[in-house]
Design a protein around this ligand. Structure first.
Ligand code: BGC
Length: 786
């Protein structure tokens, strides 16, 4: 490696430390180095474009991956992403996200695993092992403290040292020590220094103390300080735009501000990564491929958490059903992914309605939208539309199934951003009904929207002073209505003008809503349908404007009139099953009034098929909560995440998640680890010896099942500075009725340690080891001493 480095000029070396575009590093053919390509992200491999012609397998959201508590399954999920990366020519996947669920208001809560650092680290390590098995790199992100989005580019997060070591850093440490090849540093600062220049955390802790030999890549446009970042342990600054390195870094080395040895160390890391992922030297051997959609289906079913099941309403018995009501806008148009950089375009999405309809072929499955929580109009699509297509400055045109365009980086048709200044989306609408049709434009740039001869809009949706990146994540929408007669075709054209060179980032939608009933009428129709059905399945959830990267939530309530919808349906039919389609906790004020509640997170592309399997008992809902679900928002330990004077202080220290709930005494709606299955278990025996807990359980129910055995530890000596209980380990078991199984769960030395001024110290004394079904459902205890 050093020989290769010595062949490079300083300019060449520095060129390897920064993006040549949005997603890749430059090649240097002279030394056999190919361009190293990176791509998001946590649930699917987007590739360097975002185009529908290059779809990606979409797994369930990271909250769902964690809800499986299943390392083996998540390793397979990682393998699917590894093989997808290979297929798309991606060398490094920008995932997993291991920031913590400090508050349910965090906009990227759905993209992080858990409120518990151990569960987060275990799931992340399994994910990374799976991806890297294909010779594809990962970047565990965002080091560290990016647990909310408000002012994320600049905020200084004040985290006490002990909380950093015991709570926020351990997931990164777990992945690094297990052999992760990359880390992404966060936008925010920590304790006074921007993370991309944070020498203490990136160099001293990550590289020197943990022995990390991989690369630290900046978050996109996070690195702003040439010398600070170079000396601060950062290795790659991304992307090319607004990059502080390049010629400025070459100059800084020449001026003696950055030792060339620092540059060589970074280049060595880049070349080592290139070797690992096959951008230098041999390409990694291909591995046997898994069936991506099948894995997505399995993960979804195992992630669904059955939090309530009165009188064994579930599973449903198909032979006993004549008519099933499926209710809710999201039942037809499920939200399968969270918003932001984790978004991919799946090849297909199986909606709850479609999945249930397919599984119950002999049953009358009737649909009513009930309530539509989506604040933006859906893209124009469906049978009323023909010839929906896109034209890019007359240079490339293509058909689309729906009138929404989104990409960052590569453009469709291989065009370069400078080649385009106009995007046209057009199609013919033949209205099915007379009346007021609503049209919408969303995106950024300047637009003209015409419906037939009528010009509905001409103007800019880009408020001055707003960053393009911010608008990409939260675009503005304009709406107008036109009265149209049924059966008469009308041409609809949306033309967008883009400034030269800026067409690398596009997020444009032509929305359409035909005339229809208002919310109150839709709810009444849904309740009437429920009343005449054997079972009502109501799908409620959040929208892209609620849960996304780029902003935090302002409320935990379900958007729109969904709470009222559930109440009215439940009043009409006692056998009401509510399916919650949200990536993060939401309030379920009607939960005690309905027969069953299943949390399905953002379930990925196989959403509805997995849902049907779980509702009908083909599969057991396998999930357990990776995070506490509150009954009332005000009980949540942290709700204040708006920076004051540019800073947010984690004053609660190590008390986040259930550690904080246990301290405050507030009772959540559903505790950490909670989740019901379709069988029952007896916990027969717990033995603790030599840093190992051995647990024997028996499946006492009537069907095969799977149990997640959770092991908690409780110090017996009162100590206000430590949580009352924390998770020490877990294991999954499967057993037939009557079968008895024994598992071993390691209790790592760290379980009994705390971080002090002198580093990690074991706290002596008696500890209770608890084998539990959930945090609030302990089954067996045993005493031990570390
Ligand atoms: C996100 C990262 C992501 C990057 C590239 C950033 O805005 O914070 O998680 O990997 O964009 O899309």
């Amino acid at each position: 490696m050093d020989e290769l480095i010595s062949e490079l000029t300083l300019e060449e070396k520095v060129s390897l430390l920064g993006g040549q575009d949005f997603w890749s590093l430059p090649e240097i053919p002279r030394i056999g180095l190919r361009s190293l390509v990176m791509s998001d992200g946590p649930v699917g491999v987007r590739g360097t474009g975002w185009a529908p012609e290059d779809p990606s397998v979409a797994l369930p959201s990271p909250t769902a991956l964690a809800a499986t508590w299943d390392r083996e399954l998540i390793e397979r999920a990682g393998q699917v992403l590894g093989q997808e990366s290979r297929r798309k020519g991606v060398h490094v996947l920008l995932a997993p996200t291991v920031n913590l669920h400090r508050t349910p208001l965090g906009g990227r809560h759905f993209e992080c695993f858990s409120e518990d650092p151990l569960l987060t680290g275990e799931i992340a390590a399994a994910f990374v092992a799976g991806v890297q098995a294909h010779g594809v790199g990962t970047t565990v992100k965002h080091l560290v403290g990016n647990d909310f989005e408000t002012e994320r580019m600049t905020v200084d997060v004040r985290i006490p040292e002990r909380a950093l070591r015991e709570v926020y850093l351990p997931p990164f440490e777990r992945v690094v020590r297990a052999g992760g090849w990359g880390v992404m540093s966060a936008y925010n600062g920590v304790n006074g220094s921007p993370m991309s220049s944070h020498r203490e955390l990136q160099q001293r802790v990550l590289k020197d103390e943990w022995g990390f030999d991989g690369i630290v890549v900046s978050d996109w446009r996070a690195a702003r300080d040439t010398v600070g970042a170079a000396l601060g342990g950062l290795d790659i600054a991304m992307p090319a735009m607004q990059n502080p390195w390049g010629a400025a870094l070459v100059q800084a080395v020449r001026d003696g501000l950055v030792p060339e040895a620092e540059i060589d160390d970074k280049v060595r890391r880049v070349l080592l990564l290139a070797t690992r992922v096959g951008a230098l030297g041999a390409t990694p051997e291909p591995r046997p491929e898994l069936d991506g959609p099948a894995v997505a289906h399995e993960v979804a079913a195992r992630s669904y958490v059955l939090v309530r099941n009165e009188n064994f309403t579930l599973p449903l018995e198909p032979a006993a059903l004549t008519r099933v009501a499926v209710i809710g806008a999201l039942a037809m148009d499920a939200r399968v992914l969270g918003g932001g950089s984790a978004t991919v375009t799946p090849q297909h999405v199986i909606s709850p309605l479609e999945g249930i309809g397919r599984a119950l072929s002999g049953v009358d499955v009737a649909y009513a939208p009930g309530a539509d929580p989506r604040p933006f109009l859906s893209p124009a699509r469906g049978p009323e539309w023909t010839g929906l297509g896109v034209d890019l400055s007359g240079r490339h045109s293509f058909e689309v199934a729906e009138a929404a365009l989104r990409w960052i980086g590569d453009l469709p048709g291989g065009l370069r951003p400078e080649e385009i200044d106009r995007i046209t989306i057009s199609g013919t609408l033949t209205p099915g009904v007379d009346g007021e049709h609503t049209f919408a434009v969303s995106g950024f740039g300047t637009f003209v929207l015409a419906v037939g001869e009528t010009e509905l809009y001409r103007g800019s949706l880009h408020p001055t002073g707003t960053e393009r990146g911010e608008l990409l994540l939260s675009p503005r929408e304009f709406r107008a209505t036109v009265t149209l007669p049924a059966g008469v075709p009308v041409e609809v054209t949306l033309t967008q003008t883009i400034a030269a060179g800026l067409a690398h980032t596009v997020n444009t939608t032509l929305g359409h809503r035909p005339p229809g009933p208002g919310d109150a009428e839709m709810i009444t129709e849904a309740a009437a349908l429920a009343a005449e059905s054997d079972v009502a399945i109501v799908v409620v959830g959040t929208t892209e404007q609620t849960e996304s990267e780029g902003f935090d939530r302002t409320t935990l309530a379900l958007p729109g009139t969904q709470d009222e919808l559930v109440r009215r349906v439940a009043a009409a039919n006692p056998r009401t099953v509510v399916v919650v389609n949200a990536g993060a906790p939401v309030l379920l004020p009607w939960a005690d009034e309905v027969a069953a509640v299943v949390l399905t997170w953002f379930p990925g592309q196989e959403a509805g098929a997995a849902l049907a399997d779980v509702l009908l008992g083909v599969l057991e809902p396998g999930g357990r909560l990776p995070t506490t679900w509150p009954r009332r928002a005000e009980d949540c330990p942290v709700l204040e995440i708006t920076p004051r004077d540019g800073a947010v202080s984690y004053d609660e220290g190590v008390f986040i998640g259930y550690r904080a709930w246990l301290r405050s005494g507030a009772v959540p709606h559903f505790a950490f680890g909670h989740g019901l299955g379709y069988t029952t278990w007896s916990y027969d025996e717990l033995r603790v010896a030599d840093g190992m807990a051995e647990i024997t359980v028996t499946n006492t129910g009537a069907r095969e099942g799977r149990e997640i055995i959770q092991v908690y530890v409780r110090p017996t000596a009162p100590d206000d500075t430590r949580p009352a209980t924390w998770l020490a380990g877990f294991a999954t078991v499967t057993a037939h009725p009557g079968e008895r199984v024994t598992v071993r769960v390691e209790l790592p030395a760290r379980t009994f340690q705390t971080w002090t001024d002198d580093g990690w110290q074991t706290v002596p004394g008696d500890y209770e080891i608890v084998a539990a079904h959930a945090l609030d459902d302990p089954r067996l205890t045993s005493l031990t001493r570390p």
